[in-house]
Design a protein around this ligand. Structure first.
Ligand code: SAH
Length: 390
């Protein structure tokens, strides 16, 4: 197989099991087509592993196998390892929705696979992974025997790879892509993979939903950026006296109402408000004991960070200002460019400006089926703080 030769002194990242190869690290490319897998060698000719390459982006290569094993064997092994890791983590009678593959966190850059009961939804971000799709599909179908495999590849990152959006049923029953009911911590939720955000459901918040269920008893709860109301359902199941859901998406709120019904909760348990959270939080007379802020990633690029911090500070200041004395604010950022320290600084500044005494009760990260490789920390993105406000 043809090899990519790295520049002298630019092989440390790959040696340290980081998956990305930047264009500046490459001394010489062989003849190849974008998306092909190539061997990677140091300037001294030492074999380091295999990566797929695409000349378009600044990240030109993504390693699929470190060391000697043949690349397709390495992919097979990573996939088998990802599936094995999840076995035993969940009792399917209680939780049957989980992330099976978390990209670099599972050694498979460019691939996310989420299982919703018997419906598998895959999301492919790169041309190299796109070329591995037939192999992955074969392996996934063999291992999981799903009813449906649906591809939901509509990520902005694909543009940088020269790829358009792709959404289609790859295998099995097309109805599975339309709608599937899942269980999370024993509670039913409806997911519509083909008509939703991401792959359909925010699996990364599973443990936080359990936390909300434990902490919401007797509270009046605001679920801001509610999406399909998963936190709302958990708050009400945990004994909240009322839980209101605010989201800019009418479709998401419609599904939130269905999710209340699915859980045997009366529609009068809260209101569903289609609004911009930034203006909703400015409305007078808000009287919540518990405010959940789970916004979309405000910083999608590194250059967005300053602007994004302003957004995070705004909503946190307003929530901290308005929550009732002795109340709770559960606040998140899912921008990976905002690291946990920066997020704490933003919350510190927001608290200062709100003029309330604020204490952190707990810190959180993405659910444990979203592993982060210690060698490739970029897969960490979600962080959360549970705040007590006097
Ligand atoms: N907490 C949710 C996931 C939230 S995802 C869950 O557990 O399922 C972020 C949500 O914010 C999306 O549903 C999106 O429609 C909504 N959103 C984005 N910008 C918004 C804004 N400015 N005001 C209100 N909702 C917004």
């Amino acid at each position: 197989m043809d090899s990519v030769i790295l520049k002298a002194g630019k092989d440390k990242a790959v040696r340290n099991r980081h998956h990305w190869i930047f264009s500046g690290a490459v001394a010489r490319f062989p003849d190849f087509e974008d998306g092909d897998i190539l061997a990677v060698r140091s300037s001294g000719g030492e074999h380091l592993g295999y990566a797929y390459f695409n000349r378009r982006g600044s990240i030109v290569g993504r390693v699929v196998g470190f060391g000697a094993p043949a690349p397709r064997d390495a992919v097979r092994k990573s996939l088998a390892g990802a599936l094995a890791l999840r076995e035993g983590l969940f009792d399917p009678a209680v939780t049957n929705a989980r992330r099976l593959v978390n990209a670099e966190g599972d050694g498979l850059p460019g691939l996310v696979a989420d299982l919703y009961d018997d419906v598998l939804v895959v999301q492919i971000a790169t041309l190299g992974m796109e070329k591995l799709k037939p192999l992955l599909l074969e392996l996934l179908v063999e291992a999981l025997r799903p009813r449906t495999v649906y591809e939901r590849s509509d990520l902005p990152a694909r543009r940088e790879e020269g790829l358009g959006d792709l959404e289609s049923v790859l295998y099995g029953d097309p109805a599975g892509a339309e709608q599937v009911d899942v269980l999370e911590n024993g509670l039913p939720f409806r997911v519509r993979p083909s008509r939703s955000q991401k792959t359909g459901f925010y699996l990364d918040q599973r443990e936080m939903r359990a936390l909300v269920r434990r902490m919401a008893g007797g509270s009046k709860v605001l679920n801001a950026f509610s999406y399909t109301g998963a936190f709302t359902v958990c708050a009400l199941k945990g004994g909240a006296v009322r839980a209101d859901s605010v989201d800019s998406s009418e479709a998401a709120l419609g599904l939130a109402e269905e999710n209340l019904e699915l859980n045997g909760l009366p529609a009068s348990s809260g209101s569903f408000v289609a609004a911009d959270v930034f203006s909703f939080l400015r409305s007078p007379n808000l009287d919540y004991d518990f405010i959940i802020l789970d916004p979309p990633a405000f910083a999608k690029r590194r250059t967005d960070v300053v602007q994004a911090c302003r957004g995070y500070k705004d909503i946190n200041r307003l929530a901290i200002q308005k929550v009732r004395p002795g109340g709770l604010v559960l606040t998140f950022s899912c921008s990976h460019f905002i690291d946990p320290r920066l997020f704490r600084q933003v919350v510190f500044q927001a608290s200062l400006e709100a003029g309330r005494r604020v204490r952190i009760l707990q810190e959180h990260r993405q659910a444990f089926d979203h592993p982060v490789s210690v060698y490739h920390p970029e897969t960490a993105y979600l962080k959360g703080l549970l705040l007590h406000v006097e």
